[in-house]
Write a new protein. Structure first.
Length: 145
């Protein structure tokens, strides 16, 4: 079955000099996860900014940044949450930084999604889970032509 993909993120939002990302809840076991927000175009990051009180600046998401982050990650899983509509979305789809870098190097317009981030309203942070898009697609009713 084909992987579920998203538009390739080309931009991040900076809060000062820091790349903005969703806060993730630590898992009791397994790897640590860190995420940044990535945006495929101007409209998605503009929409995000209207939902946020911070003064954010768009900045290109570049291969060099991804390579440096990946090289320094160790066992940490690095994610890019793609095209969030605001800082408190109930659910976000994410790709690994490795997948984003690979898509950039292949000059692809899309990146495979592999994680789902679900907001815990009490903690104001996201649970991370491996995405199961394939099973969801299989359970959807077939579209009639």
């Amino acid at each position: 079955m084909n992987a579920v993909t998203a538009n390739l993120p080309n931009y991040v939002l900076l809060d000062g000099k820091q790349r903005l990302g969703p806060r993730l809840l630590a898992l009791p076991t397994g790897p640590e996860f860190v995420a940044i927000h990535g945006f495929s175009d101007k409209q998605p990051y503009d929409r995000f900014c209207t939902q946020c009180d911070l003064l954010l600046t768009p900045y290109p998401l570049v291969k060099g940044y991804l390579k440096n982050q990946i090289a320094d990650a160790g066992e940490t899983v690095l994610l890019v949450a793609i095209d969030a509509t605001g800082p408190q979305d109930n659910e976000l789809s994410a790709a690994t930084m490795n997948a984003v870098l690979e898509a950039m190097e292949k000059k692809s317009d899309h990146v495979p999604l592999s994680f789902r981030l679900t907001l815990d309203p009490d903690a104001q942070a996201y649970h991370v889970e491996q995405a199961s898009f394939e099973s969801e697609l299989a359970s959807r009713p077939a579209e009639t032509p």
